[in-house]
Design a protein around this ligand. Structure first.
Ligand code: ADP
Length: 812
């Protein structure tokens, strides 16, 4: 500070110097700081002028209180800074703007009150130069801290960092860093008063830490505020949008109207009290909710469902049973026994005046009219009709519905059915009860039991509706393909009526009276547009369908009608007579061959008769022999019972080898393979026993099996032929296939009564008690000792009865 010490103002006695004094308000200038000051007070301006006249040096010291205008010694801090005035600019209102540079700390020993300014006598405070390791470490940590600060604080320019890094003097370092910090006046004054650079470094370091913490805090606060603001803004924005949408749609008004409408509907619906109360509660909830809340959709859906149910709508029952019979006859051809039983069932119900009592279950193969009978019962009794199918239902919730808490929940099928019925006393058809499944999701059969049980069904509970619904006035009818798979508990409550399938003649009649008129009408045709000859219809039945019912027949007729409709569309007035000759053009290549499966008597092949869900079936059994070691191979997906039958048949043959003319040890060098096509379709049951025995005997003895005969019957080890089921269906199937002789167990004698007489006229049904009789009946040119074969070698090419029926037109 030699320049100052050479000041031309008189030096004080003990190294003090005299310099004009500038009292500062609100600022503390540290050494090495370069800054602008605006000077307005007269005294200060005069002090500056005096300084400029000399060596441009002044002493700057801060006022303790900024408010004092004419500060005296006691108003000023004792420590100040010697500074150089670098530039003075006059401002408009007589003020001066000064650029000054702080040079060194000083202590003010005395103040002389000159007029027109103050003069101070100051001693320069020299700093210790301590360059030890401690100082070095402090300097580095200070630099690091400052670097971090610069990175995080946008107000400090990165250039400042560069300048600071070049400073080697610790004292200067602290002052320069402090000049960049946003310090309070008091803190700055404190720094000014610490002369020891090391102490000052610690102080500055503390201040830097403090500054960083504040900055961190500031940042978190800012983030929080920003997030909050964003959230608020978003919500505000969405709400405004919602309001705008609601206003646009006029929903407020709509909702009021809607709520009123619901109230009115509830009052009028004739609901049970508890349901009514529940619905009112829901309406109140709806009223309170903002129109766009997701929950309103759920409530509306619930209200709509419940209100649309027929709580108090009834149809009047038709009481005249004669009329009921007439309508059933009108809708369905044949089925006399079935119709009689239905009328009887209704009569009992009427007499007992209650719905309790067994539930009708119509059992039979597909397409025999079970569903349409149900519909017809509804028409005959004047009730509404509704139908659900239970095929594949494995979840209890499908019967009882899902609770409303599930997204997209709906009532169960029963309530849906009632909704569709539109009255509280409909005929309700439950299709395919035998196809119900059960698994971990609960047992739908149990739920169904509650539906069908008259003791319980007056208060059926659905999870979605949450109120009980009275099903006691509903007339339930079920359908199934077989009774085997109907859960026992359900079956116990049912009165089963079997419908077995139709003969060709019956199918012809059904087609003539019902299917053809129905299809013509559905396709917009008249008898003028399309005439169907009996021959073509027979051919359709024989060669394009193989079924117990008439579903495929109807489908084929519909195909013809559709094609004809298209033609008539292009060429109005076009008329077609469908005959055996042009049938192919409409239905394509025949799908089945009519006649026996085999057209020749063959060795080792017998026609068994099976009974499946789809009706009777002709099942050929093939046997072939190979050299081997007495193995019996069974293929064709036979079930256990069927395999055992095959073994029983073989054991019977082995026990009768002498009578059959076989070597006693014939089996030792042979393998027998029994195959039942079609190999991929599972088959089971004992009724192919006789057929398998016949096929084996035939291949062992070389006697051919008559291709005109088919057989069914269980076989015992001793050759007795036992009772089997489904005789009517089997005989019908044999008839369909063109078989002329059917061998049945004598125990099934009574079933013969079921077989339509026109079928019996066309084929012979032979009752047998023992295998010996069977062999005699079906093996050609074969004679058991003491028995004569009535079956002579007949002409082998058995051709189906396909006379020329084309002259007879069926729908005229
Ligand atoms: P299922 O329910 O037994 O499978 P559908 O009731 O669906 O059979 O019957 C199939 C079609 O056959 C229906 O169009 C039905 O009207 C008709 N049908 C079946 N049997 C008769 C019959 N005896 N008289 C008149 N139409 C019948």
């Amino acid at each position: 500070m030699s320049s100052t010490s050479n000041n031309n103002k008189e030096n004080g006695a003990n190294g003090t110097i005299r310099l004009p004094l500038l009292a500062l308000r609100g600022v503390v200038v540290l050494p090495h700081m370069v800054m602008h000051l605006d000077v307005g007070r007269e005294r200060s301006k005069n002090a500056l002028e005096s300084a400029i006249e000399g060596e441009s040096m002044v002493v700057l010291t801060a006022q303790k209180e900024s408010g004092v205008d004419e500060p005296g010694e006691e108003d000023l801090h004792e420590k100040g800074t010697v500074a150089r005035v670098k530039q003075v600019v006059k401002l408009s209102e007589g003020n001066l703007r000064v650029l000054i540079e702080g040079l060194q700390r000083c202590e003010i020993n005395r103040i002389n009150y000159f007029d027109p300014y103050l003069e101070s006598e100051v001693a320069i405070l020299e700093e210790h130069k301590n360059g030890d390791r401690h100082t070095e470490a402090l300097m580095r940590s200070l630099l690091d801290l400052f670097e971090q600060l610069v990175k995080n604080n946008k107000n400090i320019s990165p250039d400042a960092l560069q300048t600071v890094k070049e400073i080697e003097d610790p004292g200067k370092l602290t002052d320069v860093i402090a000049s960049h910090l946003n310090l309070k006046k008091e803190d700055r004054q404190q720094l000014l008063e610490v002369v020891d650079p090391r102490q000052r470094m610690e102080k500055v370091s503390e201040m830097l830490h403090y500054e960083m913490e504040i900055m961190e805090l500031e940042r978190t606060i800012q983030n929080r505020v920003r997030k909050q603001m964003e959230q608020n803004q978003k919500e505000y924005y969405l709400r405004e949008q919602m309001k705008a949408i609601q206003e646009e749609l006029g929903e407020k008004e709509d909702k009021k109207e809607e709520v009123e409408e619901y109230r009115e509907k509830i009052n009028k619906a004739g609901l049970p009290e508890e349901v009514q109360e529940k619905l009112f509660k829901e309406v109140r909830r709806l009223e309170k909710m903002p129109a766009a809340a997701a929950e309103t959709v759920v409530i509306r859906n619930y209200l709509d469902w419940v209100l649309d149910l027929p709580w108090s709508t009834f149809t009047e029952d038709r009481l005249d049973l004669g009329e009921v019979q007439r309508i059933l006859d009108e809708d369905h051809y044949g089925l006399e026994k079935v119709k009689t039983r239905i009328v009887e069932h209704l009569a009992v119900r009427r007499l007992t005046r209650k719905i309790k009592g067994p539930i009708l279950c119509l059992v039979g193969p597909p397409g025999v009219g079970k569903t349409s009978l149900g519909r017809s019962i509804a028409r005959a009794t004047g009730r509404n009709f509704t139908r659900i199918t239970l095929g594949g239902v494995r979840d209890e919730a499908e019967i009882r519905g899902h609770r409303r808490t599930y997204v997209g929940a709906l009532p169960g099928r029963i309530v849906q059915g009632m909704h569709q019925a539109g009255s509280k006393n409909p005929v309700f058809l439950l299709d395919e009860v035998d196809k119900l499944a059960s698994d971990f999701r609960g047992d739908p059969a149990a739920a169904l039991l509650e539906v069908l049980d008259p003791e319980q069904n007056y208060s059926f509970s659905d999870h979605f509706i949450e109120s009980s619904f009275d099903l006691s006035r509903v007339m339930f009818i079920t359908t199934a393909n077989t009774t085997h798979n109907i859960p026992r508990t359900l079956l116990d409550r049912m009165e089963t009526i079997h419908i077995s399938g139709y003969t060709e003649e019956e199918k012809l009649e059904i087609a003539r009276r019902h299917l053809i008129p129905k299809q013509l009408e559905e396709n917009g045709l008249t008898g003028e547009n399309l005439q169907i000859s009996e021959g073509s219809l027979r051919e359709t039945i024989r060669q394009y369908t193989r079924e117990a019912g008439v579903r495929n027949l109807e489908r084929n007729l519909s195909t013809v009608c559709r094609k004809q409709a298209r033609r008539v569309n292009d060429e109005p007035g076009y008329s077609l007579k469908l005959t055996q000759k042009n049938l192919k053009k409409y239905l394509g290549v025949p799908r089945y061959r009519y006649g026996t499966v085999e057209s020749q008597d063959r060795v080792g092949v017998a026609s068994g008769l099976g009974w499946m869900e789809t009706g009777g079936e002709l099942i050929p059994v093939e046997v072939s022999l190979m050299k081997g070691s007495g193995k019996l191979t069974l293929t064709g997906k036979m079930g256990n019972v069927m395999q055992e039958s095959a073994q029983a048949a073989l054991s019977y043959i082995r026990s009768r080898c002498e009578e059959l003319g076989l070597e006693p040890d014939f089996f030792q060098n042979l393998d027998i393979h029994v195959h039942v096509p079609e190999g991929s379709i599972p088959k089971d049951g004992p009724s192919a026993g006789t057929a398998m025995a016949v096929a084996m005997v035939s291949s062992l003895t070389g006697a051919p099996v008559s291709c005109r005969a088919a057989l069914t019957g269980e076989i015992t080890l001793r050759g007795r032929v036992l009772h089997v089921g489904g005789i009517k269906e089997k005989v019908l199937a044999a008839h369909r296939a063109g078989i002329k002789k059917v061998i049945i167990p004598a125990e099934n004698r009574h079933d013969k009564e079921e077989i339509p007489s026109n079928v019996l006229r066309q084929l012979e049904v032979v009752e047998v008690e023992h295998m010996d009789e069977v062999l005699r009946e079906v093996l050609v040119n074969f004679q058991l000792p003491g028995m004569e074969s009535p079956e002579k070698h007949l002409p082998t090419d058995v051709v189906a009865d396909d006379g020329d029926y084309d002259n007879a037109v069926i729908n005229h």
